[in-house]
Design a protein around this ligand. Structure first.
Ligand SMILES: Nc1ncnc2c1ncn2[C@@H]1O[C@H](COP(=O)(O)OP(=O)(O)OP(=O)(O)O)[C@@H](O)[C@H]1O
Length: 290
């Protein structure tokens, strides 16, 4: 049975010039979800609402069947968040920050913390506010993961991070997911991160979820098909999303259904190519931004 780690219903937040939601979203145990969407589509706002940094105007959030609002301490002990939460603490050193952060987490693993400091080459004596953008990101990431959370909420974890640390973050997230008990929601623009870590991809557009799909379904269903001709029946098919020439080709989000229709119409297929995840996401983001 699939167990919902997070169950979001009707979540809404109104700003003067932007509304998020109402959003319904579930995330299962053992699942990593990538939140994608154009700049300003509401990804960070959603993560901040989940962390109760922002107060929602409506809706409910349940973590393992318990409302997070009424069980905030327990929720925060079991969740890790990386997303500019440490900015007000610029005047203290990373060592001092670690004493403050570890104090709040009964499951804080100091051995793990020290391992990560070395792995990411962090100088504990440095003041947080004086660290480079990439170093701050790495420190946030380390603080989000050292208490062995059940759920990680990450806001663009590798933006501005050097290439070798990006690889390490990816490896650490993959090993975090290894036992099938943990979950991640990660706002990201990095296609590589989506491909290597995420099982589910959710696309936000102007504060609403317009698409949520298992990554494997993209590989299975989305394709470009080169054909000998196109008749009206094909052009009007609900799963034919675009037709371009030359050579004549169409894009579909349901390969099996369109292949079947082409066969019925006796139109020959010259070549089929599965679409890459980035092409599909671009399709959604571009179609809705136009
Ligand atoms: N505190 C706030 N007050 C008013 N408007 C806000 C506030 N926080 C966010 N917004 C607005 O909400 C919208 C969504 O912002 P958000 O940061 O969630 O987008 P995003 O998808 O994370 O963008 P990006 O990909 O650029 O990081 C934007 O229009 C932003 O200006």
């Amino acid at each position: 049975m699939n167990i919902s780690v997070l169950d979001i219903k009707g979540l809404t937040k109104h700003f003067k010039r932007f509304t998020l939601g109402p959003l319904d979203l579930q995330i299962e145990k053992g699942t990593a979800m990538g939140l994608v969407g154009a700049n300003g589509s509401g990804k960070s706002t959603l993560l901040r609402l989940l962390m109760n940094i922002l107060q929602p105007d409506g809706g409910t959030i349940e973590f393992l069947g318990q409302r997070t609002k009424e069980n905030e301490t327990e929720f925060k002990e079991r969740v890790g968040y990386a997303g500019e939460l440490l900015e007000p603490f610029g005047h203290v050193t990373i060592k001092e920050l670690s004493s403050m952060v570890s104090y709040w987490y009964p499951k804080w693993d100091n051995h793990r913390y020290e391992h990560f400091l070395k792995r990411y080459n962090i100088d504990e004596g440095a003041k947080y506010g004086k660290c480079s953008k990439g170093t701050k990101k790495k420190v946030e990431f380390i603080f989000s993961i050292c208490h062995d959370p059940q759920l990680l909420l990450l806001d663009e974890p590798s933006v501005g991070v050097d290439i070798s640390s990006q690889r390490k973050i990816k490896e650490d997230l993959m090993s975090f997911m290894e036992n099938g008990e943990k979950s991640i929601i990660m706002a990201t623009h990095a296609i590589d991160e989506i491909k290597s870590i995420c099982d589910i991809i959710t696309v936000l557009h102007e504060g609403r979820i317009i698409y949520s799909v298992n990554k494997d379904e993209i590989y299975e269903n989305w394709a470009r098909i080169w054909v000998s001709e196109v008749r009206e029946q094909i052009a009007r098919h609900p799963n034919v999303l675009s037709i371009t020439g030359s050579p004549l080709q169409l894009v579909t989000n349901n390969l099996r259904a369109v292949e079947e229709e082409l066969r019925k119409e006796q139109i020959s297929i010259t070549h089929i190519q599965r679409l890459a995840v980035e092409e599909v996401l671009e399709h959604y983001i571009e179609t809705n931004s136009a």
